[in-house]
Design a protein around this ligand. Structure first.
Ligand code: KIV
Ligand code: ZN
Length: 517
C-alpha cells in the first residue's frame, strides 16, 4: 500500500458551473451559482471554473460575484482565443487576484479546424500563442485547452502544446471533447506529450473527459497514470451531452484504491453528498438511483445474502463507507416541537448554510409543514430548501390556488400568481383538477409550452407525506424539468409547472444572449 506522503496530489478543477451548466436543464441563476460555489469551497476543490464571462451578462456577473466572494479555490473563467473574450474574462476574474485563472481555448483537430473554424493549422497555432500572451498580460495563471485534442494529429498537438507553454501557459488541457477515447489510447496521448514536448515539465497537464461512451472516469484515471496532474470534472457528472467526468466517482476511486493508485486529492470527501444534493435541489435534476457513489441505492443492500454478509462484517459488500461521502443517517426526526436550533443544525448537516433571513423563511415553512405532518424527514427539508431558498429571483410565483372537483363536478381551478411582482388571477375548467390548474397557469403566463411528462410520488411514507411532482415541459427544442412539493398534490403540481416555466425563461434568456456572441 502506498504511504500517504508518497501519493501525488492531483488537482481537482471543477467545471459544474461552466461545462455542467451548459447542459440542457442545468441553467442556474447567479444566486444558485454562488450557492454551488460555496459548497465547492467546502469540498476544497482546487479550481472552480465559474463560467464563460463573454457568453452572457448573467455568466459575467456570476463569475465576478464568485471571484469576489469565494476564498480558497482558484477561480477560472473560460474564453475563446480572442482578445475581446480574454479581456472580458479578466474583467470578471480580477477580483480573485492571484487566484484568478484565465482559461482560453481553440480547437486543434482537423475536423474542427476545417469545418468549424475554417482556419489553417498555422493560423490556429498563431491564435493560440497570441491568446496565451494576452491572458498572461493580466495574470500569471493561464490555462490553455486544445479543444478536441483526442482527435488532433499528435505531432500538431505537441507543437501547439510546446508553443503555448513557451508563451506562458501554466496548465495545458488535453480534452476528450467528444467522449471518444478509451483508457489505453488516452494514456498513450498523455505519454506522447510527456516524451515529445521538450518544455512539458513547465506546465501542469490537465485532462477533461466527456462521458459519451461511459469512459470519462476510467480515461481520467489512465491520464493521471501517464502523468497528468489536473482532472476536470463536475458534481454528479453533469455536462454537455452525456456529461463530464464525475467528481465524486473520480475522487472516491482514488481514495478507495490508493493501494494501487498512488494519488490523492485535496477534496473533503464528506462534503460530496451535500454537494450532490444541493446541485439536484437547485437544478431539479435528480441522479439515477443506481448512480455510483451518490445514487439513492449506492449503499442499499437488498438481497438476503448481502444483508447477511453486511450484518457479519460491512467489508463483505461495502468498499467505502457511507460516512466517507457524508451520507448521514439521521437519528433526529424533526416535528412541530423542534426548535430553530435543531432545525438549523440538521440543515447544516445536510450541507445547507443559511443567512438569518433565509433561515427565517425556511423555518416558517418548516413550521407550517410540521403542523400538517407529524414527522419531518431530510427529504422534506430538501424540498423546503428547493422552494423557499433557491428560487428567489423567479419571474413567476404561485400565490393561491382553489380547486373544486369530484365525481359530479366539472373540475375548476382558480389560480392567483405573481408575475414580475404583480398579482394576476384567473379560473379555468379542466379534465380533472390538475388539468384545470395547469390551464389556468398557462393562461396567466401566456405560455405556449407543452407538458411532456407528469409524475407524482410521495417524498416519504404515510398519508400525510408531501407529494412531489416532477414535470417535463418543452417549448420548441428546449426541454426543462420542474419540481414542486406540498402535502396537497394539486399545489405541488402547480409549483412544479411554474418551476419549469421559470427554468424555460432563464434558458431562453441565456440562449438569446449566447446566440448574440
Ligand atoms: O470539452 C471541451 O473541450 C471543453 C473545453 C472548452 C475545455 O469543454
Ligand atoms: Zn467540455
Amino acid at each position: 500500500m502506498a504511504k500517504k506522503d508518497a501519493l501525488k496530489t492531483i488537482k481537482i478543477f471543477d467545471t459544474t458551473l461552466r461545462d455542467g451548466e451548459q447542459a440542457p436543464g442545468n441553467s442556474m441563476n447567479i444566486e444558485e451559482k454562488l450557492r454551488i460555489a460555496k459548497q465547492l469551497e467546502k469540498l476544497k476543490v482546487d479550481v472552480i471554473e465559474a463560467g464563460f464571462p463573454i457568453a452572457s451578462d448573467g455568466d459575467f456577473e456570476a463569475v465576478k460575484r464568485i471571484a469576489k466572494e469565494i476564498r480558497g479555490p482558484e477561480i477560472a473563467g473560460l474564453c475563446r482565443s480572442s482578445e475581446k473574450d480574454i479581456d472580458r474574462a479578466w474583467e470578471a476574474l480580477q477580483y480573485a487576484g492571484e487566484r484568478g485563472r484565465i482559461h482560453t481555448f481553440i480547437a486543434t483537430s482537423d475536423i474542427h479546424m476545417k469545418y468549424k473554424l475554417k482556419m489553417e493549422p498555422s493560423r490556429v497555432l498563431e491564435a493560440a500563442v497570441k491568446a496565451v500572451k494576452r491572458a498572461k498580460s493580466f495574470t500569471p495563471n493561464v490555462e490553455f485547452s486544445c479543444e478536441d485534442a483526442v482527435r488532433t494529429r499528435l505531432p500538431f498537438l505537441a507543437e501547439v502544446v510546446a508553443a503555448v507553454i513557451d508563451a506562458g501557459a501554466t496548465t495545458v488541457n488535453i480534452p476528450d471533447t467528444v467522449g471518444y477515447t478509451i483508457p489505453f489510447e488516452y494514456f498513450n496521448i498523455i505519454k506522447y506529450l510527456k516524451d515529445n514536448v521538450a518544455n512539458i515539465e513547465q506546465a501542469v497537464i490537465s485532462v477533461h473527459c466527456h462521458n459519451d461512451l461511459g469512459l470519462s472516469v476510467a480515461n481520467s484515471i489512465a491520464a493521471i497514470q501517464a502523468g497528468a496532474g489536473q482532472v476536470e470534472c463536475t458534481i454528479n457528472g453533469i455536462g454537455e451531452r452525456a456529461g463530464n467526468c464525475s467528481l465524486e466517482e473520480f475522487v472516491m476511486a482514488l481514495r478507495t484504491r490508493h493501494d494501487i493508485l498512488p494519488f490523492r486529492t485535496n477534496v473533503v470527501t464528506e462534503q460530496i453528498m451535500p454537494a450532490s444534493r444541493l446541485l439536484s435541489t437547485i437544478t431539479g435534476i435528480m441522479v439515477q438511483p443506481n448512480k455510483s457513489v451518490v445514487g439513492a441505492n449506492a449503499f442499499a443492500h437488498e438481497s438476503g445474502i448481502h444483508q447477511h454478509g453486511m450484518l457479519m462484517d460491512k467489508s463483505t459488500y461495502e468498499i467505502m463507507t457511507p460516512e466517507s461521502i457524508g451520507l448521514k443517517t439521521s437519528s433526529l426526526v424533526l416535528g412541530k416541537h423542534s426548535g430553530r436550533h435543531a432545525f438549523k443544525k440538521r440543515l447544516e448537516e445536510l450541507g445547507y448554510e443559511l443567512n438569518d433571513a433565509d433561515l427565517n423563511k425556511a423555518f416558517n415553512r418548516f413550521k407550517t409543514l410540521a403542523d400538517l405532518k407529524k414527522e419531518v424527514f431530510d427529504e422534506d427539508l430538501d424540498a423546503i430548501m428547493t422552494e423557499e431558498i433557491t428560487r428567489e429571483e423567479e419571474k413567476y410565483k404561485l400565490d393561491h390556488i382553489t380547486v373544486t372537483c369530484g365525481s359530479f363536478a366539472v373540475a375548476t381551478a382558480t389560480v392567483q400568481m405573481e408575475i414580475e411582482g404583480k398579482p394576476f388571477r384567473t379560473a379555468e375548467l379542466g379534465d380533472g383538477p390538475v388539468d384545470a390548474t395547469l390551464k389556468a397557469i398557462k393562461k396567466l403566463t401566456k405560455c405556449k409550452a407543452k407538458l411532456l411528462t407528469y409524475n407524482v410520488g410521495a417524498i416519504t411514507s404515510g398519508t400525510d407525506a408531501q407529494g412531489e411532482v416532477t414535470v417535463k415541459v418543452a417549448e420548441g427544442d428546449r426541454t426543462v424539468t420542474g419540481r414542486g412539493s406540498s402535502t396537497d398534490i394539486i399545489e405541488a403540481s402547480a409549483k412544479a409547472f411554474i418551476n419549469a416555466l421559470n427554468r424555460l425563461d432563464v434558458m431562453k434568456e441565456r440562449f438569446e444572449e449566447r446566440n448574440a456572441l
